[in-house]
Design a protein around this ligand. Structure first.
Ligand code: ADP
Ligand code: MG
Length: 397
């Protein structure tokens, strides 16, 4: 689960990390009051979306102005004006894709003087089974370019889980970032706080880009992007409360409410499968026959009729779906339950695209009978490749 920059900064502030004073704004009419509560003389007005690259992004609507999603203002009035221009408009960045994201929240914060922009991130590194610190002297808005053309400028340090963070980790990072004197001590302390926030809140990623060095030599967290481990959210009600559902794919949101493993993709064939491995194989074989899957969907082993119905509804609500392949190998999951769910869902939402059903395993005869006597226009398939071939043919002709 991801959160907004201003929410991430609030968490880091609680851990004692240096961040600017700022105010989140949801309605344009509150922007002026919010900006007025800050000291100035420089205000930074920042679009809050769950995507990076805002500074270099651009808005779809002409009335949002030429500038990107991070704007400087020299007065309270100007800050309020910029906030008004961005709210409700669509920001396109290299991370949002061409469709962009609607800006529903703005963060207005104190402007900082910047001497150097550094890159600092903590992440769970699956290769080493440890938390890694990634850093670079070349922070700021061109980090992707740095990673592509001069990857040697990005350094990584692993933290041994048994010892946790130790001051020497911090010193290593500080030296790698070219720090000296009291700055090294600041870095050691900052990383201690970041590591505590990271582990205590079960973060998956904490990216600070840029971490700045100010003219007085002090460090400040100027941007923060945080993702949490979804499997650990049950023990963080404070984090769950930060969820912004408008940032999430409505289909994935509905799926999470029914505990379905669903991920939206760009293709045209909707898939309903039981078991993650079979779901992966089904996506592969759809590609093999020349089409693209519209989603990954694992209904799981113990799915009920209601869950299957909901899964089917989610698939059919995707306008890109031109055909559906149900591929079930019934083990714990019974074929008749799947069949009942499919029939119930079709009766409720209708069926406007071809549907291929392949059932195998527990109660397969009962399942097939339910489908065959339902009066639905279903194409039956005997095995995985037969199913894939049939649905691709039905869609592509
Ligand atoms: P994004 O990474 O989405 O482009 P950032 O928050 O990193 O957004 O902002 C982009 C750039 O804007 C930063 O690299 C920094 O140069 C500048 N910036 C951001 N916040 C401030 C601030 N509070 N004061 C001064 N400059 C800022
Ligand atoms: Mg940034």
């Amino acid at each position: 689960m991801n959160i907004h920059e201003y929410q991430a900064k609030a968490i880091l502030r609680d851990y004692g990390c240096p961040v600017s004073d700022g105010r989140a704004v949801l309605k344009a009419e509150n922007a002026k009051t919010a900006a007025g509560e800050l000291d100035g003389p420089l205000w930074v007005v920042k679009a809050q979306i769950h995507a990076g690259g805002r500074g270099k992004g651009s808005f779809k609507e002409a009335d949002a102005g030429e500038k990107g999603g991070v704007r400087l203002a020299k007065s309270v009035e100007e800050a309020a004006e910029e906030a008004k221009k961005m709210l409700g408009r669509t920001l396109v960045t290299h991370q949002t894709g061409p469709a962009g994201k609607q800006v529903n929240r703005i963060y207005i914060e104190d402007g900082s003087d910047i001497e150097r922009e550094l890159y600092l991130a903590l992440l769970v590194d699956r290769q080493t089974s440890a938390v890694s610190i990634v850093c670079s002297t070349e922070g700021g808005m061109d980090i992707e370019e740095v990673a592509a053309s001069t990857p040697e400028k990005i350094l990584s340090f692993s933290i041994e889980p048994a010892t946790g963070y130790q001051p020497f980790h911090g010193r290593r990072v500080a030296f790698a970032l070219g720090m000296e004197g009291p700055q090294v001590k600041q870095m050691v302390q900052l990383l201690d706080k970041l590591y505590r926030a990271f582990t205590e809140k079960d973060m998956e990623m904490l990216e600070i880009n840029p971490l700045i060095v100010m003219p007085d030599g002090n460090l400040k967290v100027l941007d923060a992007k945080v993702g949490f481990d979804g499997n650990a959210l049950y023990r963080h009600n404070d984090i769950i409360a930060l969820r912004d559902e408008t940032e999430e794919d409505p289909k994935e949101l509905a799926a999470s409410k029914y505990d379905l493993n669903y991920i939206a993709l760009d293709g045209e064939i909707g898939c309903m499968v039981n078991g993650a491995g079979l779901a992966m194989a089904t996506m592969d074989i759809i590609k093999l026959y020349g089409a693209e899957p519209a989603n990954f969907l694992d209904v799981g082993g113990g799915a009920t009729k209601e869950k299957v119905t909901e899964a089917f509804k989610i698939i059919t609500s995707d306008k890109n779906v031109k055909g559906i392949l149900v591929n079930i190998f019934g083990g714990i999951m019974r074929c008749d339950v799947i069949a009942e769910g499919v029939v119930a869902a079709v009766k409720e939402v209708g069926l406007e695209v071809p549907l291929v059903v392949r059932l195998e395993g527990t109660n397969v005869e009962k399942g097939k009978e339910i489908i065959n006597t339902s009066g639905l226009n279903v194409i039956a398939a005997d095995n995985l490749s037969d199913g894939a071939e049939k649905i691709v043919k039905a869609v592509k002709g």
